[in-house]
Design a protein around this ligand. Structure first.
Ligand SMILES: [Zn+2]
Length: 173
């Protein structure tokens, strides 16, 4: 999957670097060339416009300062909409499971839910024009080794409080 990232400010820059560390094929775009240069040095490709970025990627993530800037990036002549191909829209449907698996590592959480009611009492929340982010305690048990919450834990008697993924590592399976 080729990922495009537009907006490399404080938050966006960190997320884009995290994508590169996770070996994603990344193309970036920002008006500030010093920001795109930094990402280019780390292995990202740089698009000349949002349109070009949309033409070359399957999934586009934006981290922009305001709804006005987002609209400009989407709708301008060289904007995202004019670069979306039929392929990129098709690919959009196929990404969800990979995205969820990656998303929980990206945000350092045990599971990621998009939309719907939270499954437990919300501990922290933040709301803005673009999205609401709510953090709740994960379902399941906390693994002693990796601190992820998992529904199914190891059944090994020597290591009862670790998750199945860590069980494989500990037992060398
Ligand atoms: Zn674990």
């Amino acid at each position: 999957m080729k990922i495009g990232f537009i907006g490399l400010g404080n938050v966006g820059g960190k997320l884009a670097k995290s994508l590169l560390r996770n070996n994603f094929d990344l193309t970036v775009r920002d008006l500030d060339e010093s920001l795109t240069d930094t990402l280019k040095d780390l292995g990202a490709k740089v698009a000349k416009s949002p349109k070009e970025l949309a033409e070359q990627t399957d999934l586009i993530i934006t981290s922009l300062p305001s709804p006005e800037v987002s609209a400009e990036v989407m709708e301008a002549d060289d904007g995202i909409i004019n670069g979306l191909s039929k392929n990129s829209i098709d690919a959009d449907l196929a990404i969800s499971t990979r995205w969820f698996k990656f998303g929980r590592d990206l945000f350092l959480v045990s599971s990621l839910q998009i939309g719907g009611e939270p499954w437990a009492e919300v501990l922290v929340s933040e709301h803005n024009d673009l999205a609401s982010i709510e953090i709740a305690k994960a379902r399941g048990f906390k693994c002693e080794r990796c601190w992820h919450y998992e529904i199914e834990m190891s059944k090994n008697k020597q290591h009862p409080n670790i998750c199945k993924r860590c069980e494989k590592v500990v037992l060398g399976i």
